[in-house]
Design a protein around this ligand. Structure first.
Ligand code: UDP
Length: 236
């Protein structure tokens, strides 16, 4: 099958990560993933969530938004509170990145992940998670050097990718045009041991079989291995 941008079915779009994209006290990256572009930052704050006070454990929380000009029609600016989709995505980013961190090693501190989409062409949540991990790893290096934290709290590398089925063809890493016409749409988050952190999969145009699911998982696993190499290149 011919893909819109000429890629093979199991090929990723071009992923490029600019580290230290803005000057911040933690980590900051711009992730260009095909035409999707997201700024991801990781900042550290003293103090933990109220429900963790006096436990010695910290927390990680995430925010996500698309800028009004990030997409074809203007997206309403989320000035007061995030819309339903952004709320779902920020919670996904938080759950994903929490698996990277040992909160006892972090101590009673909070890591804030912020993902701001400046251009959206599909896969903004997977680009956010992938970029945020790099921002987090860069932030941790800085905080250790500055003595803001005493132990390295990172226990896993985390990355994400989308997969889907167009017609009957499983595809890796869908751009917006592919995503909007996909029969099945799925987002996968994995760690460096090859284990799944989250699977969001929907039969949007039709239901899918267990055999198709397994094909999509294998495709995602292949993509995530490649993405983790790109993350590690950016971090070192
Ligand atoms: N999109 C958009 N406006 C919106 C929401 C989504 O233009 O308000 C587009 C955008 O290109 C996005 C794509 O639809 O990347 C797919 O959105 P989805 O909710 O599936 O999440 P994503 O694939 O970005 O993680």
């Amino acid at each position: 099958m011919n893909r819109i941008d000429g890629r093979n079915d199991d090929s990723l779009r071009n992923i490029d990560i600019t580290v230290n994209f803005t000057e911040v006290s933690g980590g900051s990256v711009l992730i260009n993933w095909g035409k999707t572009r997201v700024i991801c930052t990781a900042l550290l704050e003293e103090g933990t969530m109220p429900f963790l006070k006096d436990t010695g454990k910290g927390w990680l929380t995430a925010e996500y938004a698309m800028l009004p000009s990030s997409t074809g029609g203007r997206k309403k600016r989320e000035t007061l509170k995030p819309d339903g989709r952004s709320t779902e995505i920020k919670r996904l980013i938080g759950r994903a990145l929490r698996q990277a961190v040992d909160f006892e090693a972090l101590g009673e501190k909070t890591i804030w992940i912020d993902c701001d989409v400046i251009q959206a062409d599909g896969g903004t949540r997977t680009a956010s998670i992938t970029g945020a991990y790099v921002a987090l790893a860069l932030g941790v290096k800085k905080w250790l050097k500055q003595g803001l934290i005493s132990k390295n709290p990172l226990v896993h590398q985390v990355a994400a990718v989308s997969v889907g089925i167009n017609g009957d063809t499983p595809l890796l890493d869908l751009c917006y045009r592919e995503d909007s016409s996909a029969e099945v749409d799925m987002n996968l988050v994995m760690d460096d041991t090859g284990a799944f952190i989250e699977i969001q999969g929907t039969g949007e145009g039709r239901a899918f079989t267990a055999a198709e699911l397994n094909k999509l998982l294998a495709l995602g696993e292949k993509g995530i291995k490649e993405i983790m190499k790109i993350q590690n290149e950016a971090i070192k």
